[in-house]
Design a protein around this ligand. Structure first.
Ligand code: UN1
Length: 496
């Protein structure tokens, strides 16, 4: 019997007003049907916003340390349910269990950070320019926050938006990716078990162009946080600009790893395998360009091809699997199209460049990890986000050239340099145009307590998590108290 799931609106698990559902299948084996999920309409979303507005009314008045206590309990339950959540996530998203456990761990870390932030959420006290007057600031909740989240981190991304938003006193409407609705459902069940008031969290499943759009356009949702493609982010940005909403965008990446000729090549090899093919390349931080110094280029490519060939593809829940499937047919077709395009533009496929053979993987969206050489910086495969297991190798002669290539794309999320030269390492930190730069580590793996985000068309100036995440989800109120008993006028020149 196929299980039919519901939305969580106004404190109840409810069927969608449309009566329509979509199927959620395991990308490693499409014969495995996980369930049917609501293909909701804008009416469902509107009801969720009404309830979340009520939730905001009382939650925003709960003291921040007490809000933090509930989020700490959420963290504890995430610890208890780590294996169940990881397994469900691998089943619906495809990445290997070690990675989905990491995804849960990122949520746990974010929860405990948020809990402790309830006892900080610092404002400032500044000296007033006048006598007998205090000047200070504190952080206020904003209102109903709309979250639109992607498939690749089914738990980490919704929670790293949601926990700071909740801690700051906002209520939340979550529209998860239609590729990972089951993890979102398990998350909301967990939040309620931990004691989060039911009208503070609403879950509305459905399509981006219906439910996502309704959320972004809703006049009573003053804050939107979106992670997804740069194209969709642009549309979200136009709407939020028109409606004067506060908006945080996390979008594409075209992240490069630079390997200098003095680098520890064993270390760089492990790094690039993990950075390029972890999560099957489906991270916005994925290493999708490998910039190799010409003196080590051929040697490194040979070793990389051998190691890539040994990677074991399969179901993310099978013990031996190192690389899972892509999320769906469109993702595989897009990956194939980029490999074709690269070849037309003159690149060579060194390894991969095709679907796996044999019957074992025939029912999943698998694609062999692929290395392209002879790629030029301006080739489309080296400029555009593939979001698949495709690594473009580019040769360079000098560090300055590598910096130019790294910076010569429209994205600016993450970069990495492998070198033993401390001077070059610091130059990389200074000169690479990205929100995150790693030295002697791959482009993926940002930690949950440091601000996350990118520059240029990766973002719109905000950062997620860390201390900066809390700035986005709260407004600064500045307070002046004049206890002089007289009218004192600021900006009047009192200095004779
Ligand atoms: C993403 O791919 O959208 O830094 C987020 C990392 C992870 C988060 C990636 N902690 O790779």
């Amino acid at each position: 019997m196929t299980k039919t799931f519901k939305n969580f609106i106004a404190g109840q698990w409810v069927a969608p007003s449309t009566g329509d559902y979509f199927e959620n299948r395991n990308p490693a084996n499409t014969r495995d049907l996980i369930g049917r999920f609501p293909d909701s309409g804008s009416d469902d979303l509107a009801r969720a916003v009404v309830s979340a507005t009520r939730g905001f009314g009382h939650w925003s008045r709960v003291p921040a340390p007490a809000r933090g206590d509930i989020i700490r309990r959420i963290g504890d339950l995430l610890v208890d349910r780590k294996e169940t959540l990881a397994d469900a996530m691998s089943r619906e998203m495809g990445k290997v269990l070690a990675e989905t456990r990491g995804d849960v761990q990122e949520a746990i870390d974010t929860a405990y950070y948020a809990a402790s932030e309830g006892r900080r959420l610092f404002g400032y006290v500044a000296p007033s320019e006048l006598r007998k007057k205090w000047a200070m600031s504190y952080r206020r909740p904003i209102g109903v926050v709309g979250l639109v989240t992607p498939f690749n981190f089914p738990l980490a991304i919704p929670t790293w938006k949601m926990f700071p938003a909740l801690l700051c006193g906002n209520s939340v409407v979550l529209k998860p990716s239609e590729d990972v609705p089951h993890t979102a459902t398990l998350l909301v069940e967990l939040l309620l078990d931990a004691g989060l008031p039911p009208d503070v969290i609403q879950l509305v499943h459905g399509r981006g162009d219906v439910v996502g759009r309704a959320l972004v356009e809703h006049p009573d949702v003053p804050v939107i946080s979106f992670t997804g493609s740069t194209a969709t982010g642009g549309t979200v940005g136009e709407t939020c600009g028109r409606l004067h909403k506060r908006l945080s965008l996390e979008m594409g990446g075209k992240n490069a790893m630079i390997v200098m000729d003095d680098a520890d090549l064993d270390l760089a090899l492990d790094g690039v395998l993990w950075g390029a093919f972890g999560t099957t390349g489906q991270r916005c931080t994925a290493t999708s360009r490998l910039l190799l110094h010409r003196r080590i280029h051929d040697r490194f490519v040979r070793r990389l091809a051998e190691a890539t060939d040994r990677l074991v593809l399969g179901d993310g829940r099978a013990l031996k699997t190192q690389v899972g499937p892509l999320i769906h047919q469109r993702a595989r077709e897009k990956t194939e199209a980029y490999v074709g395009l690269a070849q037309e533009q003159g690149a060579d496929v060194v390894i991969g460049g095709r679907r796996p053979r044999g019957s074992r993987l025939k029912d999943g969206w698998f694609y062999r990890p692929t290395i392209l050489t002879g790629v030029l910086p301006q080739h489309r495969v080296a400029q555009e986000e593939v979001f698949g297991p495709v690594l473009s190798v580019i040769r360079f002669a000098t560090f300055d050239e590598a910096v130019r290539i790294n910076n010569g794309v429209k994205y600016g999320l993450s970069s990495s340099v492998y070198t033993a030269d401390v001077n070059l390492a610091f130059r990389a930190l200074e000169e690479l145009d990205n929100g995150i730069t790693y030295v002697n580590a791959p482009t993926i793996g940002a930690e949950a307590h440091l601000p996350f985000g990118g520059i240029k068309q990766t973002g719109n100036g905000h950062r997620e998590v860390g201390w900066e995440g809390y700035h986005f989800f709260s407004e600064t109120k500045v307070c002046y108290v004049d206890y002089s008993g007289t009218l004192q006028r600021a900006q009047i020149d009192n200095y004779d």
